[in-house]
Ligand binder design. Structure first.
Ligand code: HEC
Length: 198
């Protein structure tokens, strides 16, 4: 090897090493051409935790707080009156807004003992899930279903009577087909529907 060739090689090598040193770590962090994926069951867990947190906050810090101070009261006919929506209605109404959007995501409350007939189960998956969460209330009942050509991930989480007020109101409601709910009973479920493709 000639002296010039040696120096040329050394400079070229150093240059390449320098470039690799800069680009290498950046390229490794990119995962070229592959978006990271989250498992559908985990997406359902995330959404369920947000929906529940919103409902709990609305129940305790809006409805119960206003009622305790005698400022405003929640009632089923809130639209026609100056009452606040019930927490179940708050969840159902936000679910309607989400369903009207473009994401394809849907969520609602369902029960085989529904006060409102619209909240009754309306598929085999929903009927099976409502039975299953009575036996295993601590884990969601899930399945991949289809709607036309869209594949959906669906999950039903048990909705438990967290307080005496759930039980008292449902047992006393004229349209409730079940009058003997007890605290901690599963009263129905939160149904999440997540499209797997868009
Ligand atoms: C003041 C009365 C009242 C209280 C308190 C109440 N609910 Fe309800 N709940 C209703 C009414 C009325 C509906 C129907 C709402 C609609 O579809 O417009 C409903 C709907 C539901 C549904 C959907 C099925 C159905 O019955 O239509 C579930 C599940 C449910 N409530 C669970 C609960 C739980 C759990 C609690 C306590 C954390 C609770 N509710 C507290 C009145 C009440």
């Amino acid at each position: 090897m000639s002296g010039r060739g040696f120096w040329f090689g050394l400079v070229l090598g150093a240059g390449v090493m320098g470039l690799l040193g800069q680009w290498g770590p950046a390229a490794a962090g990119k995962e070229v051409g592959q978006a990271p994926c989250i498992e559908a069951g985990l997406v359902a867990e995330y959404l369920h935790s947000v929906i529940q947190a919103d409902r709990t906050f609305y129940t305790t810090d809006v409805v119960e707080r206003m009622q305790m101070r005698g400022i405003a009261f929640a009632a089923e006919n809130w639209r026609e009156t100056s009452r606040l929506p019930l927490p179940a209605q708050y969840l159902l109404e936000t679910g309607r807004l989400v369903a009207a959007g473009r994401s394809g995501l849907q969520y609602r409350l369902i029960s085989q003992w529904a006060i409102n007939n619209k909240n009754r189960p309306n598929s085999d998956f929903e009927r099976a899930g409502l039975t299953e969460i009575l036996l295993n209330p601590d884990r969601p009942y899930t399945a991949v279903t289809t709607d036309g050509r869209t594949r959906l991930f669906q999950a039903i989480y048990a909705d438990k009577a967290a307080s005496q007020s759930c039980v008292g109101c449902h047992n006393a409601h004229p349209n409730s087909p079940k009058k003997d709910f007890k605290p901690h009973d599963v009263m129905g479920g939160i149904l999440l529907t997540i499209p797997l493709s868009h």
